[in-house]
Write a protein that binds this ligand. Structure first.
Ligand code: NCD
Length: 305
């Protein structure tokens, strides 16, 4: 594995498989799998943008490996006094961080930081660009439920244009042999989609009938700079996974969502509560996946060091 984890492309198919295998070893022991592996390490949570699941699961992963945590959140920090990205990152390094876990609303911020500091940088989501550990935990969750991604049809529905999760997942799903189709209002489909290895689904109902996995995305209003939808009602009517649409799915088909969910918009409450929705499994698996990532980058007894 390279010094940083910035994107799935950089990790490559072999790196992805390696981390999924390593995750399995952490998963096997569940809660009891506390390990002293990182007991002399200090992990810095460097979150310039809000987060619930990603932040908490990285913190839990670091604690399970006995690492110290330094926590930075933009709110309540010297960012409000005009402190720069570089100065904050260098402060965290000077405080002894052995790794920076970075979330930022600007695409490319983790890459930029990795050029300034010597410690490894893990991308915990940057703008619309990438969210590699989310893609890892999604691959792990699908493997756990369906055995393998090879030959699966995965349908991603929603705000593709503003989704770092979609960009990382498409790469990862392709690496593992799945075929991906995308369904979205044309205003929420990015122009560069032409260069991606995906199909565009013209008809949601037909695509739902064929899918093994339906991956839903939130309308990411905070990243949109103009009005791209007539209304959320209209979106729900045309693209929401209603209980009626859910009846079209194959018996084994999974419904996934990275969270946070907007119930009643991209998914009906009854569908979100159904057995095939594995959203809480995704969250549950997040800790083991992030333990694997931290261990791989930082453990002294790891062959990579
Ligand atoms: C996603 C994110 O922040 O990119 N959520 C997450 O990390 N679990 C998706 C989103 O914000 O909609």
């Amino acid at each position: 594995m390279p010094k940083n984890l910035l994107s799935i492309s950089e990790l490559g198919a072999d790196g992805l498989q390696h981390l999924l295998l390593l995750t399995e070893s952490f998963r096997a022991g569940r809660k009891e799998n506390r390990s002293p592996a990182l007991k002399d390490k200090r992990v810095a949570m460097a979150f310039w943008e809000d987060s619930t699941r990603t932040r908490l699961s990285f913190e839990t992963a670091a604690k399970n490996l006995s690492a110290d945590i330094i926590s930075f959140g933009a709110k309540g920090s010297a960012v409000s006094k005009g402190e720069s990205l570089r100065d904050t990152a260098e402060t965290l390094e000077a405080l002894g961080a052995d790794c920076l876990i970075v979330r930022h609303s600007s695409s490319g911020a983790p890459l930029q930081i990795s050029r300034w500091v010597k410690t490894p940088v893990i991308n915990a989501g940057d703008g619309c660009n990438a969210h590699p550990t989310q893609a890892l935990l999604d691959c792990y969750t699908i493997k756990n439920h369906l055995g393998s991604l090879e030959g699966l049809r995965i349908l991603i529905v929603g705000d593709i244009a503003h989704s770092r999760v979609a960009r990382s997942c498409i790469r990862a799903f392709n690496f593992l042999g799945a075929s991906v189709s995308l369904c979205a209002p044309s205003t929420l489909m990015p122009p560069e989609v032409q260069t991606w290895d995906v199909e565009i689904a013209e008809n949601l109902e037909d695509s739902l009938e064929r899918a093994d996995v339906v991956y839903l995305l939130r309308i990411q209003k905070e990243r949109q700079t103009e009005a791209l939808l007539p209304s959320l009602r209209e979106y729900q009517h045309r693209f929401g996974i209603t209980s009626k649409r859910a009846t079209l799915l194959k018996d084994h088909a999974l419904i996934m969502h990275p969270g946070p969910i907007n119930r009643g918009v991209e998914i009906d409450n009854s569908v979100a509560c159904s057995e095939r929705a594995v959203v809480t499994d995704q969250v549950r698996n997040a800790t083991a996946v992030r333990m694997a990532v931290l261990y791989d980058l930082l453990a002294e007894d790891n062959g990579a060091h």
